[in-house]
Design a protein around this ligand. Structure first.
Ligand code: ADP
Ligand code: ZN
Length: 726
């Protein structure tokens, strides 16, 4: 007997191994095995078994799972994914499995404690304290004893009694710090759906009842009640006895959404698992196993949750489907939204792509008719969209980062005791230091980029590789000493505002201030409780939050993202502006948005100001059609990287030449240095392949594969199918 094994290694093909007689009972497709690979050991997953033996195969050494870890639909899905992305299957499987399951290594020491979970029962216990603790636990998933003790002193006796009454279940598990356990539990409001919400929901329910694959775009402005529709559709899926998967761009930034799901489905006794980065390896594995056994009805997570092994997946929600966070930027460069579609096809599931600013490619598919189009044109309860004004900075010199118009609007907002949100998509104090005498800037020694200046810590830092140095006293070029920060980041903006509004309570939300655990949450709490008057931040402030008392949104440097050398820069700018504008006036108060710009007539700005997605789409799609960019053409980007610049350049040239000879209808662009031509000490070149159809592109990748085998070891070659950054 022999087994075909996808080994967790960057190999072109699965390998065949002999199955020794002693292991025959244990092998099956989908189980992990340990096998010899060269002169080392590796793990892999059995894809197929063949009864006929083959001479000269090396043997499988050990079978690691009692039951298949990957079901056959999951295996089929991952094989299709590997083919689509032209990525080694073993590496694809490795990415899809919890980390602890793919490495040959020993386990770490685990500290355990007791976890309590409210049982799914309606009756209440007799004691007041018992009722109090139980009510608290009912709003949560599973809570460790240490956490309960923080809220209720000496709870042991009460917990013991509740377990005896079968109102709580208890298990011993690995100790953890789960940021989602601290969530205040919101009250479950179940609004009566508006007419267009009902229509959208009806379409989803029809598709679910049909039990076939179907995909929909739910296009609704911010605050139009999309989440409410997800909740209703998922309820229907649970009724069918199937499960739901909810993908969000960044799980750490969506505690409010998670809390809403938990509360809503508490009553239905559905188990909601949240896959987030704070889970330990062991917890991830436990969650994964519980999901595979069908014990979890709803999984919420970021892009890698698309691999959650729900056995009978009925619906996949991809919230904010346009977000670039769904694209994996290293290793296997998959896009979770596209994988969600692929997966749903194999599971006869319904996919709902939700967004206020759908990706152009997604909206185009609705025009072509392959994707159902559901739209919510207005905010719930007739709340108006905020008024957006463009503040034209052309020909003006500002004394600081803020125009007087924005300053005035801020004072008025503070006077009314309402809240303001300011977007400046750049961290640090200033994007660079400049020598006033010779014009030199200070760059990262490893990356092709200026070092960001942090005034508070007196440091220069690289945002790509984290290289840090002290700011120089003198310019290394001319020896001059007038070295000054140029431009403004969030840190500088905070300082400027503190001077202008000395009594205002100002806070900053960016990657620097939220890296500590719980820091993001405390900013959200501060906003909700009215302890912050002005929240400054990077694009993080634009994401998902629902702060009803924010009535002013200001955008500083809206154009900076327009100047990226990328055909999607307008689309990104439009989406970000629309998203952040959507944070204003979500409650009962009217919102106002001021956008400072040098390009007020650019369609990304003009259309965002009018809340005009369609207008933007029309202009942008015409431009894409003309240039043959997606959705009218397909792209694959090849990225060569290595330590020796000349070698990288030469290999890129040779590869491009070979590709050109066999190109057929594929257009070969480059080789050219990547937009980030040096990153973490490596020189990077890219070759962009472009064609009107996918098939010729994939055919051409055969050339890349045979090349890859001949590349010097010091070079890496990445294949990025449907690239987002290039
Ligand atoms: P979106 O996901 O489109 O931003 P949400 O579903 O979060 O919108 O809805 C925004 C707010 O409006 C939420 O607080 C939600 O509870 C509320 N809401 C949703 N639908 C309705 C409705 N039909 N009537 C009243 N309130 C609603
Ligand atoms: Zn760097």
């Amino acid at each position: 007997m022999s087994a075909v094994v996808a080994v967790f290694a960057p190999l072109d093909k699965p390998l065949s191994y002999e199955v020794p007689a002693a292991l025959r009972e244990q092998v099956a497709p989908g189980v992990r095995v340990r096998v010899p690979l060269g002169n080392r050991r590796a793990l892999g997953v059995i894809l197929e078994l063949a009864s006929a033996g083959v001479e000269g195969l090396r043997p499988v050494e050990e079978v690691l799972d009692l039951q298949p870890l990957l079901s056959s639909p999951m295996l089929a899905f991952l094989r299709r994914a590997a083919a689509y992305y032209h990525h080694p299957l073993g590496e694809v499987l490795r990415a899809a499995l919890p980390a602890g399951l793919t490495a040959v290594k020993t386990r770490v020491n685990i500290v355990t404690e007791r976890f309590y979970r409210a049982a799914c029962a309606v009756q209440d216990p007799p004691g007041a304290r018992q009722r109090e603790i139980l009510a608290w636990l009912r709003g949560r998933e599973e809570v460790p004893l240490s956490e309960i003790s923080r809220h209720f002193p000496a709870p042991h006796a009460v917990l013991k009694r509740l377990v005896e009454l079968n109102l709580l279940s208890v298990r011993e598990g690995e100790r953890r710090r789960d940021p989602f356990l601290d969530q205040p539990v919101p009250v479950d409001v179940r609004p009566v759906l508006g007419v267009d919400q009902q229509q959208a929901l009806a379409a989803l329910l029809d598709a679910l009842a049909a039990g076939r694959f179907a995909q929909f775009l739910l296009h609704g402005v911010t605050g139009s009640g999309k989440t409410e529709i997800y909740l209703h559709a998922i309820a229907a899926v649970l009724e069918q006895g199937r499960q739901a998967l909810v993908l969000v761009p960044e799980i750490a930034l969506t505690p409010q959404l998670v809390a809403r799901f938990r509360t809503r489905f508490q009553a239905a006794c559905a188990r909601v698992a949240v896959l987030h980065s704070a889970l330990s390896e062991g917890e991830r594995y436990d969650a994964w196993r519980a999901i595979a056994r069908g014990e979890v009805q709803i999984v919420i997570g970021a892009r890698s949750a698309v691999f959650a092994p729900l056995p009978d997946l009925g619906i996949v929600v991809v919230d904010e489907e346009h977000e670039s966070g769904y694209k994996q930027s290293e290793g296997w460069r998959y896009h979770a939204r596209d994988l969600a579609l692929l997966r749903a096809q194999g599971s006869a599931a319904v996919v709902v792509l939700g967004s206020a600013t759908p990706a152009l490619t997604t909206f185009y598919r609705t025009q072509a008719g392959d994707t159902g189009y559901l739209s919510l044109d207005a905010r719930v309860l007739g709340r108006p969209l905020p008024e957006v004004e463009l503040v034209d900075l052309g020909g003006r010199r500002l004394s600081g980062a803020l125009a007087p118009e924005l300053m005035e609007a801020l004072s008025a907002t503070l006077e009314r005791k309402e809240q303001a949100l300011l977007l400046l998509n750049r961290r640090g104090f200033a994007p660079y230091l400049l020598c006033r005498e010779c014009g030199a800037t200070f760059r990262c020694p490893n990356c092709e980029i200026t070092l960001t200046y942090y005034q508070s810590r007196r440091r220069l830092r690289c945002h790509y590789c984290d290289y840090v140095q002290r700011p120089p006293e003198r310019c290394s070029g001319c020896g001059g000493t007038s070295i000054e920060p140029e431009g403004a980041g969030t840190e500088r903006l905070e300082e400027e505002l503190a001077v202008a509004f000395p009594v205002a309570r100002i806070a900053r939300m960016d990657r620097d201030t939220t890296s500590r655990k719980g820091a993001h949450q405390s900013l959200v709490d501060g906003m909700e409780q009215g302890a912050i008057d002005i929240l400054i931040g990077t694009q993080m402030v634009a994401k998902g939050h629902d702060f009803p008392r924010v009535t002013l949104v200001g955008v500083i440097g809206a154009d900076s993202s327009l100047n990226f050398p990328d055909f999607r820069s307008a689309e990104r700018t439009f989406a970000l502006l629309t998203q952040v504008a959507g944070r204003a006036g979500r409650g009962t108060l009217q919102g106002r948005v001021l956008i400072q710009t040098y390009a007020p007539t650019h369609h990304a700005l003009a259309c965002a100001a009018r809340h005009d997605y369609l207008g933007f789409y029309e202009q942008e799609i015409a431009f894409r059609r003309e240039l043959g960019y997606p959705p009218f053409g397909y792209l694959i980007n090849l990225v060569l990287a290595g330590n020796q610049p000349l070698q990288v350049e030469r290999c890129a040239a040779e590869l491009a030449e070979e590709l050109s000879r066999k190109a057929g209808e594929v257009e070969i662009l480059g080789p050219a240095p990547c937009p980030l031509a040096r990153l973490r000490g490596k020189t990077r070149y890219q070759i962009l392949l472009k064609a009107a159809a996918r098939a010729p592109l994939h055919r051409l990748l055969g050339v890349v594969d045979s090349r890859r085998r001949k590349l010097p070891r010091t070079l890496s070659l990445a294949v990025d199918v449907d690239p987002l950054d290039m």
